[in-house]
Design a protein. Structure first.
Length: 325
């Protein structure tokens, strides 16, 4: 991300912080619940909620641009299973919106038409083959790495996300080493205690708290050594509090928001869906953000959201980490 774009995002944060307005600077959009994997900690592919039609999706992109959206994270499911995604991304690019594509990596080599329009690609990695494949499905590790390497060969900046669970805590050094070799930064965050998409099913890979804290302590030490960990030290120190309450001033619904597959807006993906709040309702996106109930979470353990929230609180370390990347 250019320095100018970073300053633009921070100026938007300042306006929000001063109470002037809610600005959808960063939107995470689930374009489809469909996926070609079945991860043990997610049952989103079972969600029958219909995705937006192409016409509605293009209308949504136009609305985002009109309201000042700077960055759009396209996610799922796996967004690359959606065949009309090139048209959606092309519309966003025409508006000058930065696009990050979140994927499991499997379809990257087959969907170059989509990937080449992204400003960045985020690939999920959970550990070495035996760990990654156990969580996500047989042979998925090799395909994820192949997808990441393919994106890099295309000149697309690539980074990696790891959900910390009991299966991969012993493999954190392996994952950071992969980021060094591929190369690219790797971000870490704890898994939810529930299965994503269910809201209540127990996550079978949730980490034991004692082991989790030791793992994060090691990540903090490696970050200070300059290894390619995307989280700031402040961000890692914050997520070390998991799963206990850790108050933080959340910008969800004010500076960033999540748009679900059917166009419903909520502060972020960790906040359960509330009353209907469609971006196609009265007032469009601005109206949806005005109506959304501010998050009353006792903590925020999403790596990306944590970093934004810490920056908006003026954390010198989080700000330095943002501008140095």
């Amino acid at each position: 991300m250019s320095v100018a774009r970073k300053f633009r995002m921070l100026s938007g944060a300042a306006r929000v912080g001063l109470g002037q307005q809610s600005v959808p600077m960063h939107i995470s959009w689930i374009v489809t619940n469909r996926c070609n994997l079945r991860c043990s900690y997610c049952n989103r592919p079972d969600d029958p909620t219909p995705e937006l039609t192409l016409d509605k999706a293009l209308q949504l992109v136009d609305m985002l641009a009109a309201e000042g959206c700077v960055q759009l994270s396209i996610t799922g499911g796996d967004p690359l299973v959606r065949q009309d995604l090139p048209m959606i991304m092309a519309r966003a690019r025409r508006h000058g919106i930065k696009i990050n594509l979140n994927t499991n990596g499997i379809l990257v080599p087959k969907r170059e038409d989509v990937v080449r329009m992204a400003d960045g690609v985020t690939v999920s990695l959970d550990g070495p083959p035996e760990v990654h494949d156990k969580i996500r499905g047989n042979t998925s590790f090799g395909k994820a790495v192949e997808g990441a390497k393919h994106a890099r060969k295309m000149g697309i900046p690539t980074r990696y996300y790891t959900v910390i669970g009991k299966s991969n805590i012993p493999e954190l050094d392996y994952l950071v080493g992969m980021a060094e070799d591929l190369p690219g930064e790797v971000f870490f965050q704890p898994g939810a205690t529930y299965i994503l998409g269910s809201g209540d099913g127990v996550n079978p890979d949730a980490a034991p708290e004692e082991h989790y804290k030791r793992g994060v302590d090691q990540l903090i030490a490696w970050k200070k050594q300059g290894r390619p960990i995307g989280n700031s030290v402040a961000g890692l120190e914050y997520i070390r509090n998991w799963p206990h309450p850790a108050p933080i001033n959340c910008m969800g619904g004010r500076l960033f928001a999540r748009i679900d597959v059917d166009g419903q807006l909520r502060p972020c993906g960790r906040v359960p869906r509330g009353p209907e709040n469609s971006v196609f309702g009265e007032g469009g996106i601005r109206g949806a953000m005005a109506r959304v109930k501010g998050p009353d979470c006792s903590a925020c353990y999403s790596a990306a959201r944590t970093e934004v929230n810490l920056m908006c609180q003026g954390s010198p370390d989080a700000l330095k980490n943002f501008f140095m990347r």
